[in-house]
Design a binder for this molecule. Structure first.
Ligand code: SF4
Length: 289
């Protein structure tokens, strides 16, 4: 196992609230020609048009609570899950809400920030913004951050399918990027999540995130996808992001539309789980829990 060198600086800045406020304004203006994620739709969301994610201008959320099932170093975290996503993974554990941008409750950045601050005062270590996919709601996510204490440790939980434009808006806003690398090849990504050019986009985002923040990469081990998805992900991480923290998730459950795919109709077997661990060892990955 390779131990990553501790990053020497605190990436988010003490003027983060002001920075986030200014970025939120820019992000909202960009909805007129939305290219926040790599789908690059170019629709005018301010005028009511919708792109692949079906999101409007005002997000909704389907969960906001203290959670303890994420990475040990991040919990307990106050996690805010915004409704809607730009990927459509058939096996998504929260598929109905994650894919439906109209699910849940109206998001009020001021009220949510007050809840997050109360959670911090009660001992929560971090605040996490997730979805669905939060990138599609970047203006409101940034407005939320602008209302949070500058010293709070903030986590951006993302599918790593954002655009360069989104990354520029996110620079120095979140302390940790908790990013998925779900598929090891574009064919599986297309078949299971209806997304093209997946691998290149995710790799670009991961390299950027590692250079601009702390980075934890997650991979959900899927039955029948150890060789085609996990192995190439593991090998790429070993070669390009040596020492990066990797959480290999083994709790696959055939949720939502997973049974559309024969190989995803059952939980992952212990044989495949052990094989995946061997690959991680061969690659010298820095696995965390
Ligand atoms: S966030 Fe992505 S999917 Fe949604 S409209 Fe913008 S570019 Fe399209």
């Amino acid at each position: 196992m390779i131990c990553a060198e501790p990053k020497p600086v605190f990436y988010a800045t003490l003027n983060r609230p002001a920075l986030a406020r200014e970025r939120a304004r820019r992000a909202r203006a960009m909805l007129a020609d939305c290219r926040l994620c790599a789908h690059d739709c170019g629709v005018n969301r301010l005028a009511g048009e919708t792109g692949f994610c079906h999101a409007g201008t005002e997000p909704r959320f389907f969960s906001a609570q203290v959670e303890v099932s994420d990475e040990m170093e991040l919990i307990p975290t106050f996690a805010v899950a915004l409704s809607g996503c730009d990927l459509c993974c058939d096996f998504c554990i929260t598929g109905a809400s994650s894919w439906n941008s109209r699910a849940g409750f109206g998001f009020d950045a001021v009220a949510m920030a007050a809840r997050a601050e109360a959670a911090l005062q009660n001992g929560t270590r971090t605040i996490m913004v997730l979805g669905g996919e939060p990138t599609i709601h970047l203006p409101s996510a940034l407005e939320f951050v602008s209302r949070l204490p500058a010293t709070a440790k903030l986590i951006w939980k993302t599918n790593a399918h954002g655009s360069a434009q989104a990354r520029e808006l996110l620079d120095r806003i979140f302390d940790v990027w908790l990013a998925d690398f779900k598929f090891g090849n574009d064919a599986c990504a297309q078949r299971l999540a209806k997304v093209s050019d997946y691998v290149r986009v995710v790799q670009e985002n991961l390299l950027w995130a590692d250079a601009h923040s702390e980075l934890i990469v997650r991979h959900l081990l899927m039955p029948g996808h150890v060789e085609c998805c996990w192995r190439p992900v593991a090998e790429w991480l070993a070669e390009n992001l040596p020492g990066v923290k990797v959480n290999l998730r083994v709790g696959f459950w055939p949720a939502w539309q997973a049974r559309r795919h024969n190989e995803l109709s059952n939980p992952i077997s212990s044989v495949e789980t052990e094989y995946a661990s061997e690959i991680a060892k061969e690659c010298g990955l820095n696995l965390i829990e």
